[in-house]
Design a protein around this ligand. Structure first.
Ligand SMILES: [Zn+2]
Length: 368
């Protein structure tokens, strides 16, 4: 064979790795993987070989693959590993995540679950996303209905109290449908929610909440609890925007770059970095985040890097999208932020110096 071999993994596969390999091989055929990764296959199950300059389809893909041109041959894992230049283990993880194969290591069991391909599955996926989203919103409204209730009959309604009264019935109705409605109704609710999101975003873009780096105790002592809280809430909003954006812009295979632009425009690089870094920090055990993104995450300045005994504030805004997809999002976002920074540095050079409006921290010393 003249082709460069994929990177070798010198560590012997563990038992858990082997279980993963078996699960992947029994759940996904090479043909399914090839189709998923954008290779077109003709009716006879032949495709142009991605591993040599193939003019006519000379690769047979089925459960395994074999190329009659270059003799490349193997199973779905070796196919994926060569296609992406991953080692076998990384390829198996990619397949598992792309095809929704979960391994539960603690119980030493492999649980294959839904393959997000069909229209119906996509609706279910979105329904689940918006259900979580709406649950959060519902809880917030219930909270507001209590916290902002007028103290006397003369007092006028606080906007949040009014919003709660106005929106709660509809939100609860939508939740019912997303939870147990039929597909048609779910689809309507989802379309409606997606539309609303689009309408709301440009308005929110005007609101900028500064990132607050001090601790809650500091904020209390300095009467800045409002800043502390609104910054925390904005982190949560940013997390939700990332999740929504990934959900919209991931087609099961590729993440559209607009996913990043939208969130970045809305929340700015400082907050987006913070939220993405917090996510990786709190999930640094997860092998699906790349070492580069992990290294980066621990360089980002955090307001909540010192968790309390049993409560880590970062958990509230750690993004819960699929780690493999999210890792790609983070890499793109970092690149995009770098590009923008370069650009803005050039812009700044043209401007008088005092126009910088970055929030300045009160004490620069690093708390430990
Ligand atoms: Zn070939």
């Amino acid at each position: 064979m003249t082709m460069a071999a994929p990177a070798l993994d010198y560590s012997a596969p563990s038992k858990a790795d082997r279980r993963l390999f078996d699960a992947v091989k029994s759940s996904v055929s090479t043909r399914e993987a090839a189709e998923r990764y954008g290779i077109s296959i003709n009716r006879r199950g032949m495709c142009k070989c991605p591993f040599h300059k193939d003019k006519n389809p000379s690769m047979k893909v089925d459960k395994r693959f074999h190329c009659f041109g270059c003799q490349a041959d193997g199973d779905v894992i070796s196919f994926t590993s060569r296609l992406f230049g991953f080692n076998r283990k990384a390829a198996a993880y990619k397949l598992a995540s792309d095809f929704g194969i979960r391994t539960n290591d603690r119980e030493s069991k492999v649980i294959p679950f839904r393959r997000p391909v069909s229209e119906e599955k996509l609706i279910e996926h979105r329904a689940a996303h918006y259900f979580r989203e709406l649950c959060d919103y519902r809880n917030q409204l219930v909270q507001w209905r209590e916290d902002y209730a007028p103290k006397s009959p003369e007092e006028s309604f606080h906007p949040r109290f009014a919003e709660a009264l106005m929106n709660l019935p509809a939100v609860e109705n939508d939740l019912d449908i997303l939870w147990s409605g039929d597909t048609k109704d779910k689809q309507m609710v989802i379309a409606d929610l997606m539309q609303k999101e689009k309408e709301v975003k440009p308005m929110e873009a005007a609101v900028t909440v500064p990132v607050y780096y001090e601790s809650g105790a500091y904020a209390r002592d300095h009467k800045e609890l409002e800043l502390f809280r609104s910054s925390h809430m904005e982190n949560i909003n940013c997390k939700k925007a990332v999740e929504a954006s990934i959900s919209h812009h991931f087609d099961g295979m590729r993440l559209n770059k607009n996913a990043i632009t939208e969130v970045l425009d809305q929340f700015g690089p400082e907050r987006l970095s913070l939220v993405l870094a917090a996510t990786v920090q709190t999930k640094s055990w997860d092998g699906r985040f790349s070492p580069q993104n992990k290294d980066w995450a621990f360089t980002v300045r955090m307001p909540d890097s010192r968790p309390d005994m049993n409560y880590d504030r970062r958990d509230a805004y750690a993004v819960s999208s699929h780690p493999a997809v999210l890792d790609g999002f983070i890499s793109h976002a970092r690149r995009e932020m770098q590009d923008r920074q370069k650009h803005s540095v050039l812009e700044d050079l043209k401007k008088p110096p005092e126009q910088s409006h970055k929030p300045v921290s009160r004490h620069e010393s690093f708390e430990r």
